[in-house]
Design a protein around this ligand. Sequence first.
Ligand SMILES: O=c1ccn([C@@H]2O[C@H](COP(=O)(O)O)[C@@H](O)[C@H]2O)c(=O)[nH]1
Length: 240
Amino acid sequence: MKEKLIVALDVSTRQEALGLVEQLWDSVGAFKIGMQLYNSEGPDIIRDIQALGGKVFVDLKFHDIPNTVCQTSRVITRREAFMFSIHASGGVEMMTKSASAVREVSGQLEIPKPLVIAITVLTSISQEVFEKEVGISRPIEDQVVNWAKLAQQAGLDGVVASPQEIRAIRNACGNDFVIVTPGVRPLWATANDQKRVMTPKEAVKQGATYLVVGRPITAQQNPGEAARKIVEEMEEAFDA
Ligand SMILES: O=c1ccn([C@@H]2O[C@H](COP(=O)(O)O)[C@@H](O)[C@H]2O)c(=O)[nH]1
């Protein structure tokens, strides 16, 4: 079950990040690098985490014209990321070019193909904000499923969505489609800025492939203990 847990390393220094990796590598499945750490420490942080035995999800949420995202996907593939994210709202051409570039480069280099995952609607967005600020007047779930279907059509491996949309995505895209869910909050943690949340146990029950958890682990005095507690809660999904 720990393989399903990805820890978001939202810190600003290599020292903090590698300290967390050393404490957590045997309790979780992978580590996520986002814009904070990547922009502080640069791409070498990917290699540093890999050197400690950690698999790396590069969550830089690429969103640009098809050529730019395609060429950047080649770069990330060469860095042997385990997974990386692009925005579904970039469109089918952008996603298709990224997916085929990744297949080509990983095939040429004979390295494992990274999972390419489409961001749908950020888990910090509520239905009210979606309508009033983003300007889309339909249920978030419908928009997420629409983007998930387009991502699948484009040859991507899966999507990032809130646990609240897992069932609808599974119904539309099937059991092999990868669903990565941030917005996971144990009952003992605060929601922070996350709006569409669910507990680890419920997210696993709904059918998440991977759970992304940051602050409920990294902001604790004992991150290792928090991660193990979350894995135990995930395992409860299969208790009778
Ligand atoms: O829709 C999304 C997409 C990405 N994220 C990222 O996941 C983590 C969540 O961290 P917490 O501390 O557990 O809230 C963070 O790195 C986000 O950039 C997301 O939350 N929602």
